[in-house]
Design a protein around this ligand. Structure first.
Ligand SMILES: [Fe+2]
Length: 157
């Protein structure tokens, strides 16, 4: 049947999911670059602590960039790979020259909250399409990042 893709999903669902995953990919890419900016630009008494923590965050974001892109390929679609497309597709906006440690942490918190929100939308779409692979990936990311949100809020007091 021509409307079933290589992993047994309806092409119409796979295509809808791939579009939403491309939106997620764009958010990961813009957020990744924002966190690199915090890593480079943060100043103040918490420099060493935050500089190292931001590296931990952006390294994890980069791993997920690749995983999300490869999920899109697994669904039979093409991941967006131009920054000009990312800036248009992303809900997370580019941030420039943020130096203040607390402002950087608030930016990280807001970014993770946006990712969680988008991943919940993907989880719901994937569940409706019986796409367990995408749903499980989104569920894993949500669980990890909800814990990160708790820790960031604990840091901010
Ligand atoms: Fe570095």
């Amino acid at each position: 049947m021509s409307d079933i893709n290589a992993i047994g999903l309806h092409e119409s669902s796979a295509s809808q999911l791939a579009e939403k995953l491309n939106e997620l990919l764009a958010n990961y890419q813009i957020f990744y670059m924002n966190v690199r900016g915090y890593h480079w630009n943060v100043k103040g008494p918490q420099f060493f602590e935050l500089h190292a923590k931001f590296e931990e965050f952006y390294t994890d974001l980069l791993t997920k960039v690749d995983e999300v892109a490869e999920r899109i390929l697994t669904l039979g679609h093409r991941p967006v790979h131009a920054y000009s497309d990312y800036t248009q597709l992303s809900r997370i906006v580019e941030e420039k020259n943020v130096h203040d440690g607390e402002a950087c942490v608030r930016g990280v918190l807001k970014g993770y909250q946006t990712l969680i929100e988008l991943q919940r939308e993907i989880l719901s779409l994937a569940s409706d399409a019986d796409d367990e692979g995408t749903a499980a990936q989104a569920g894993d990311y949500i669980r990890e990042q909800e814990k990160t949100v708790w820790m960031l809020n604990a840091y901010l007091g």
